[in-house]
Design a protein around this ligand. Structure first.
Ligand SMILES: Cc1ncc(C[n+]2csc(CCOP(=O)(O)OP(=O)(O)O)c2C)c(N)n1
Ligand SMILES: [Mg+2]
Length: 383
């Protein structure tokens, strides 16, 4: 099946279908962006479009497309990047699932201790990255570290030696500015050498300020412009649903990010399709860039909003690794609704002077502050 966007510009590409594909719905809900990347690298088929002429991979490009989903006998068409994954998947044999099934289940306390150690390591490592680079987003990295560590070091069925394994679980960092957390987790999990973390934000580095799937293994889709990763993830989950695949899709969003309208279009669509393979985690640190969410554009009553969109909702302490493990374990059970985990967190968690402080959204510690942060985190681990 071939799908071609031809020549009608960014806002309203036209779609063609071929090879007996069957149209099953219009995806106005699914906003797909092409952040920081040439469209052809994302797998888009652009012809005579102004998109096709773009040459630099770093343009801040935001294109919103109306998508249609097609289905044929042999495959489902979803956003092109997922299609590429799907095609690769079809030609590969997966060992992820069988290994996970055969592995002995460690004791819950052992799991918690392991994740806590990894999260503490991530915090120290990402602060070094930000200190060395002189830029970054420590506040959101630190609020998300326990969540990301629980996923990468306990929950996700992934294989760094086979990052495109067909049945791998997918994780999408919708709050794409928090690459400190993502890159340290990917390196810790073995997707690339830990030493490469030292290149963070340096010229020619693969470790951009926002994740780029064409640069690093283990990244499912490019993110950075808020409001895009989650809609893309609903496309990935839809592919899994249509294909009856076993993988789960996990997405991490910021709470400020929920002010983007595209998030609610995706929420409505996921509820409508009953995407039981989809789990969204809201990093509910109550701060966005420079101010509180409730002062800027209030989100509450947040849990009720998700329920109204057809989602199951779990609220928990996003720094309680045991609670996170339990919630993610429960997410593996069969269900016919998407699940939203509202994880109450603190921006800057783990470092006293950054704690719950919007000034550290984009702040960089000086040498003394960096040393203090490290000593606090080391003391926490020793306690
Ligand atoms: C569409 C878009 N608008 C603005 C920005 C700039 N920006 C980056 S992070 C951020 C605040 C995000 O707040 P939140 O989602 O709560 O993230 P967290 O608190 O977890 O860091 C903003 C406005 C962006 N990346 N994308
Ligand atoms: Mg926030």
């Amino acid at each position: 099946m071939k799908l071609i966007a031809d020549g009608s510009g960014i806002a309203a590409p036209r779609w063609r279908e071929g090879n007996g594909a069957k149209w099953i719905g219009t995806f106005q809900t699914l906003s797909v962006s092409l952040p920081y990347c040439r469209p052809e690298r994302q797998g888009w088929r652009c012809r005579d479009s102004n998109l096709a002429g773009l040459t630099t991979p770093c343009q801040f490009l935001r294109g919103t497309f109306e998508m249609k989903i097609f289905e044929s006998r042999s495959l489902a068409f979803v956003p092109p990047f997922a299609y590429e994954n799907f095609r690769r998947a079809k030609s590969m044999s997966s060992s992820v699932e069988s290994r996970a099934e055969n592995a002995p289940q460690p004791d819950r306390a052992v799991r918690i201790a392991h994740v806590r150690e990894r999260a503490n390591w991530m915090r120290r490592r990402l602060l070094k990255m930000i200190f060395d680079a002189g830029q970054g987003h420590p506040g959101g990295d630190l609020s998300a570290s326990d969540i990301v560590a629980t996923l990468y070091f306990d929950i996700l069925r992934i294989d760094p030696k086979n990052p495109a394994a067909p049945d791998r679980d997918r994780f999408v960092l919708s709050k794409g500015h928090c690459t400190g957390a993502l890159y340290s987790a990917l390196a810790g999990a073995g997707f690339f050498p830990e030493a490469e973390l030292d290149t963070y934000l340096k010229p020619e580095s693969r470790l951009n300020g926002h994740p780029n799937r064409t640069y690093l293994p283990g990244i499912e889709t490019n993110t950075g412009p808020l409001g895009h990763g989650f809609p893309v993830a609903t496309g990935i989950a839809t592919a899994g649903q249509i294909d009856q695949a076993g993988y789960r899709v996990f997405v991490l969003t910021g709470d400020g990010e929920l002010q983007e309208g595209s998030m609610w279009e995706a929420a409505m669509f996921a509820g409508h399709r009953g995407l039981g393979n989809l789990t969204l985690i809201v990093d509910r640190n109550r701060l966005q860039q420079g101010a509180g969410t409730e002062d800027t554009n209030a989100l509450e009553p947040l849990a009720d909003k998700w329920r109204a969109f057809g989602w199951e909702v779990v609220e928990l302490d996003g720094h309680d690794v045991g609670a996170l493990i339990d919630a993610f374990d429960a997410a593996a059970e069969p269900r016919n609704k998407p699940r939203c985990i509202i994880a109450n967190t603190f921006k800057g968690n783990g470092v006293s002077y950054m704690h719950d402080n919007a000034a550290w959204h984009h702040g960089v510690p000086n040498a003394d502050q960096y040393a203090l942060a490290l000593s606090e985190l080391e003391a926490e681990m020793a306690a």
